[in-house]
Design a protein around this ligand. Sequence first.
Ligand code: GAL
Length: 450
Amino acid sequence: MALPPGFRWGVATAAYQIEGAAAEDGRGPSTWDTFAHTPGRTADGATGDVACDHYHRWPEDVALMGDLGVDAYRFSIAWPRVQPTGSGPANARGLDFYERLVDGLLERGIAPAATLYHWDLPQPLEDAGGWLARDTAYRFAEFAYLAAERLGDRIDTWITLNEPVVVMAYGYAFGIYAPGEELLLGALPTAHHQLLAHGLGTSALRARGAGRVGIANHYSPARPRDAASEADTAAAGAFDLLMNRLFTEPLLLGRYPDLAPLGGPDPASYIRDEDLPVIAQPIDLLGVNYYQPTGIAAPADLSSPLPFELVDLPGHPVTGLGWPIVPDGLHGLLTGLRDTYGPLLPPVHITENGCSFPDEPGPGGAVDDAARIAFLDAHIGAVRAAVDEGVDVRAYYVWSLLDNFEWASGYGPRFGLVHVDYATQKRTPKASFAWYRDLIAASREPLAGG
Ligand code: GAL
């Protein structure tokens, strides 16, 4: 069966991972500047100071997207460029950059899809408590308003937040991403404050006449190590509650799942009843980021503060980062969302899917990333299968256009359709670029025989 008319093929990036120009045109520091500049936090001490130098090379990158033929480009607007201290009036030069980019995209017929918060919180807001502070949600709404005031007439798709679960878990619970807090279940209020930011931000965007609004959630289906073990199955349920349902039920059902079994701070100390309708206001799309399922077992150590532990999922090929390649996980996730939420599930956009391998040019200069082609082919197949079964999926974005700064892992993992030589900033489209270009072109051809 064909994908629905108007289905969008895209590519995705995020500001801190590609832009560089960390102190240019009035940009203030973000938590990721601070974190990456703290010794020992990132692989080889890598930072986003220069990254892919996209801030200066965006015309070349937009031209690449023109060659690729994508319908849409998902990028993020760096909050510290727009509000260098996280509050107060807009820094016009910061918005000028995104205006140039958006106009460049539109000239090539590429629809801009902007994410407002892809993890680069202005450092002064972190100093005031970051996502542990309720006030940060109100500051986010102000930022959203300023962005839409300038760009709302040209950006048709807005994503409020990227992967609030990763910010909670990696950023505040385990300390492996910025801001590097290790609060374990003490991080739970950051989930609520981010969801509140999403709700307040959605209202602010709509007040400025923004088009489609949604959020990009990270979904990792939980697979018990031993499906016959009650303890492992219960542990997988707890993981699913904390990592997936906690970020979906308030949005789509207007209530939180029962958090009591998890422990952690009393929800009544940070959740107010009146927040739920703000969080649950209808959205135009649910962004789904999918990379891999997670193997889960009951904790071996009974004194563990968490009700599960992560284990390997044997029996699957793996990416360069050792992540299991399980396209069927994406299919099951999509049909599962539909089965669980039924008519309350808005149209789904796959806002990220992709893989990293240590791709390097061969002797002739070409980058033959056959493994990425196989990965994308299988995952797009999984999306098609879900669409055939009636799931309303309207867009698919490959992560990522370019090799880029992969957070704490630095520049080793390469996720791009385009190889970047960081010493020279030379861009080389990989074999997967041509493959994706041909797939997009073929999907536009009228079906033979009608
Ligand atoms: C996502 C994230 C992206 C990118 C990707 C690959 O979690 O949103 O920024 O890094 O993972 O790991």
